[in-house]
Design a protein around this ligand. Structure first.
Ligand code: AMP
Ligand code: ZN
Length: 461
């Protein structure tokens, strides 16, 4: 299996430290707002990576953090904590707000069939581990204390920009453009490990006692502390959005490697953007849609998952509703073909199985894997082999093909009768009554899909 490694800037053969075990750390959400489909692209991408590792026989231990404190509005340690800011606007307790958006996050990742991590680690539940790591960095001389905070001293870590390949001077200039709020900071590129609950954070609600008085952790230290707690000092794979390369992941490497003296991560994987009209979909630009918006417009959540598979994970996707319509049509067609395949699937196709594995193992080439799937369905392989191979592929696609195929079979007579009655009412233009019947059918656990050819009945999944 080959993966592009941001650190080495090339595609490498993946060799875990302790096969068949693979330690996977994926940066999780900052739970201050509704997770949007741009964010979801990254979590679906992580899910695909995990599923590909699994079909290659690896035993994946997947850890994801949930940032419920410490992520400031600006990457340059400026502004308020995102969660406390939103909590004030919504007149909620910060922790209640965080739990609300965390629940929304998992509801959203569930509907796009993202497998849950083995460990979900909330930052507020790992303060001790973060304090210990900061103490270690202070003890080794990599960090210093000012009146307001504790900072990592980037000058002490010569390889600081190795992940981004940026020059430190460029980074310093970038940071200087923003107002540096702490005069005690030695270098504008130094970043906070801990904020003291004083000065601009005197009223910070979420705070913990520490050897340096009350305060709260900075954003980056959480991922280093959590990753090393669960996966040891060197991890196999760490993922995130491409925006995390120059700041968040750069800082994670500095903190972790300074503390342990070991390489932090073997393979760095970064996902590309979801764009809207050429711009990154983001909460701050307010150009975002949630998966609920997608479903409310009549699409399947899994049609969005299918859409993301049509582009390589490192390339940008320009999101359009038209694009999603095509993805939905392809998915409908796929489910329809699958529902005509025999239930007893047997014998995976050697040729198509190999081509599929070659594609997914080549730096997760999902567009290629999807086209192999369509070739299989058009091929002369037997129906049983097609079914078996398709379901095997779906271990990676995660499109619930088998469930959908079965959902359109064995619909009870009682439901079919109601569907026929609804058809008659629609022909008589009694749409109110027809809708009432649709609701009744839905309450009984079945979904109706009307198209040009008529009405399809599916069991709810
Ligand atoms: P956040 O909750 O804002 O920290 O973002 C969670 C993850 O989603 C991060 O890894 C981001 O890089 C990623 N992300 C945010 N916006 C987008 C987008 N428009 N397209 C793809 N990934 C994104
Ligand atoms: Zn992180």
């Amino acid at each position: 299996m080959k993966l592009y490694n941001t650190l080495t800037r090339d595609i490498q053969e993946f060799k875990p430290l302790d096969a068949p075990c693979v330690g996977l750390y994926t940066c999780g959400p900052t739970v201050y707002n509704y997770v949007h489909i741009g964010n979801l692209r990254k979590y679906i991408g992580d899910d695909i990576l995990k599923r590909v590792l699994k079909i290659n026989g690896y035993e994946v231990k997947h850890i994801m953090n949930v940032t419920d404190v410490g992520h400031l509005v600006s990457d340059a340690d400026e502004g308020e904590d995102k969660i406390e800011k939103m909590a004030r606007e919504k007149r909620m307790e910060p922790i209640d707000l965080a739990r609300f958006f965390e629940a929304y996050f998992f509801k959203s990742t569930d509907v796009v069939n993202v497998q849950r991590p083995d460990v979900v680690a909330r930052v507020t539940e790992h303060i001790k581990e973060q304090v210990e790591l900061i103490e270690k960095l202070l003890g080794k001389g990599f960090a210093y204390i000012t009146d307001q905070a504790i900072y990592f001293d980037v000058a002490k870590f010569p390889e600081y920009t190795k992940l981004s390949g940026q020059k430190l001077e460029e980074k310093e200039i970038g940071v200087r453009k923003e107002v540096v709020v702490d005069p005690g900071k030695r270098n504008p590129a130094d970043f906070a490990l801990w904020f003291k609950a004083c000065g601009r954070f005197a009223n910070h609600i979420m705070r913990w006692s520490s050897p340096w008085g009350e305060g709260f952790p900075g954003w980056h230290i959480e991922c280093s502390a959590i990753a090393m707690t669960y996966l040891g000092e060197t991890l196999d794979i760490h993922t995130g959005g491409i925006d995390h390369v120059p700041v968040h992941h750069t800082n994670e490497i500095a903190q972790s490697e300074a503390a342990s003296g070991k390489e932090f991560v073997k393979y760095w994987v970064h996902h590309g953007w979801l764009l809207v009209d050429g711009e990154k979909m983001s909460k701050s630009k307010k150009n975002f849609y949630t998966i609920d918006d997608v479903v409310k417009k009549g699409f399947d959540a899994l049609a969005y998952r299918y859409l993301t598979l049509l582009t390589h994970y490192r390339a940008p996707i320009n999101f359009t509703w038209k694009g999603l319509e095509s993805a939905q049509s392809a998915l409908d067609r796929l489910y329809e073909i699958a529902s005509a395949l025999p239930e007893e699937a047997e014998g995976v196709s050697v040729d198509y199985g190999h081509s599929f594995l070659d594609a997914v193992n080549n730096d997760l080439n999902m567009p290629e894997a999807i086209s192999v799937m369509w070739e299989l369905l058009r091929s002369k392989e037997s129906e049983k082999i097609k079914a078996a191979t398709l379901y095997e592929m779906d271990q990676v696609f995660g499109l619930k093909i088998r469930e959908h195929a079965q959902a359109s079979k064995n619909i009870p007579e009682e439901i079919m009768q109601l569907v026929k009655q609804r058809e008659i009412l629609r022909k008589q233009k009694k749409f109110g009554l027809a809708d009432q019947l649709r609701n009744k059918i839905e309450k009984m656990g079945y979904i109706l899909k009307d198209d040009k050819k008529g009405t399809k009945v599916l069991k709810k999944i």
